[in-house]
Design a protein around this ligand. Structure first.
Ligand code: FES
Length: 163
């Protein structure tokens, strides 16, 4: 068993809100992702058992959404939007800047396991691009200076959390 009792309880509580178990797939994936940090076929199997939805439907939903990483990622997953509005407002330059600042390429994780950098499709913050999402927070109208501060603050936060 990968999922903790608390996660399964949360999923079952959410299931009660929906008329169909199928509607609980995304909340269940979200709960599993929040516990584990990424999703795997073994987790899809557990979720299928818990919410009584076919494995393939869990897998289809999980693989459709880029917000669910499918492999272990760093403490912070930086999801940079590279869709049209953000691209027109400099997303490519921001990606290049983050890559050079963290000394990694898209899809990679820093050696200290602090940051993973990926690019994603539109996150719905088009009017404030370029932007990225880390955990549940959107960071918008990014500039190099803003990125420097965000990354420094997150490192400090992680250090504080580890004490
Ligand atoms: S195009 Fe980047 S948030 Fe929509």
């Amino acid at each position: 068993m990968i999922l903790k009792e608390a996660t399964i309880r949360e999923i079952k509580t959410r299931m009660e809100r929906y008329p169909s178990h199928r509607s609980a797939v995304l909340p269940a994936l979200t709960a599993a992702y929040k516990q584990v940090g990424y999703l795997t076929p073994a987790i899809y199997r557990e979720l299928a058992r818990v919410i009584k939805v076919p494995y393939v439907e869990i897998m289809e939903a999980a693989t459709f959404y880029t917000m669910f990483p499918k492999q272990e990622v760093g403490r912070y997953l930086i999801q940079v939007c590279h869709n049209i509005s953000c691209s027109l407002r400099g997303a490519d330059n921001m990606i290049t800047y983050i890559e050079s600042k963290l000394d990694i390429k898209l899809g990679e994780t820093t050696p200290d396991n602090m940051f993973t950098l990926i690019s994603v499709e539109c996150l719905g913050g088009c009017s404030a691009g370029p932007m990225f999402q880390i955990d549940d927070t959107y960071y918008e109208d990014l500039t190099r200076e803003k990125i420097d501060k965000i990354l420094t603050d997150l490192r400090a936060q992680a250090e504080q959390d580890s004490r």
